[in-house]
Write a protein that binds this ligand. Structure first.
Ligand code: ADP
Ligand code: 5GP
Length: 199
């Protein structure tokens, strides 16, 4: 019997290092993948349509909501973001675990629809360090950085429904913590109990 993949929700302030540590944790693994979201935000320099995001206009975004093509969606700092449903459902059915890098409102929607999803909140060691990373990343205007910092403070206050917190101070340590969570989830009684029937 094909075991279903796991849905893993990663949230945390923009610039906390979510994509950095997820890519490090799943490097070379064929049983895990990242979902590519749709967004109405404009591409940043270097971003490629279909890689970081599918960049679509607001009208197409509204159509996707109406056609129930999105598993979840939310507005974040003036732009829309959403997770295409079909990709996620197909991968899970194929036994591949799927990472969603989504903000708190979307994570809450996923948690309600799919309570078995693993929800992880990634934070930087401080908001000052977050500002430094956003400035160093060089992809956001000063105004956008201030909006993201403001939203980070709001998200911290809304984050009480997550299962785990990873503090991304050193990348290697944070990626190892993420891997440890995935390993622990794999050892859950509910996942492993079929072994008890086989002995
Ligand atoms: P997110 O996906 O959460 O928006 P990114 O993965 O794009 O964040 O990381 C934001 C920036 O911070 C990138 O320039 C990345 O290289 C850098 N970064 C990520 N983790 C660390 C870390 N532990 N220490 C220093 N810089 C980091
Ligand atoms: P950024 O503009 O920095 O790429 O992303 C801004 C925020 O949108 C981040 O917190 C990111 O996690 C979130 N985000 C990205 N894709 C989605 C999505 O499909 N749904 C939701 N709800 N949030 C998303």
């Amino acid at each position: 019997m094909q075991t279903k993949g796991k849905l893993i929700v990663i949230s945390g302030p923009s610039g906390a290092g979510k994509s950095t540590i997820v890519f490090k944790a799943i490097e070379g693994r064929k049983d895990m993948c990242f979902s590519t979201s749709v967004t109405s935000r404009c591409p940043r320099p270097g971003e490629v349509d279909g890689r970081e995001y599918f960049f679509i206009d607001r009208e197409r975004f509204r159509q996707m909501i109406e056609n129930d093509e999105l598993l979840e969606h939310a507005e974040y700092v003036g732009n829309y973001y959403g997770t295409p449903r079909k990709f996620v459902e197909d991968k899970l059915a194929d036994g591949v675990s799927v990472f969603l890098d989504i903000e708190v409102q979307g994570a809450c929607q996923v948690g309600e629809k799919m309570p078995e999803a693993i929800k992880i909140f990634v934070i930087p060691p401080s908001l000052e360090e977050l500002r430094r990373r956003l400035v160093n990343r060089g992809t956001d205007s000063p105004e956008s950085i201030e909006n993201r910092l403001r939203r980070a403070r709001e998200e911290y206050a809304e984050a009480d429904f997550y299962d785990y917190i990873v503090v991304n101070d050193k990348i290697e340590v944070a990626a190892a913590e993420l891997q440890a969570i995935l390993t622990a989830e794999q050892c859950r009684y509910a996942v492993r109990s079929h072994w008890l029937k086989e002995v």
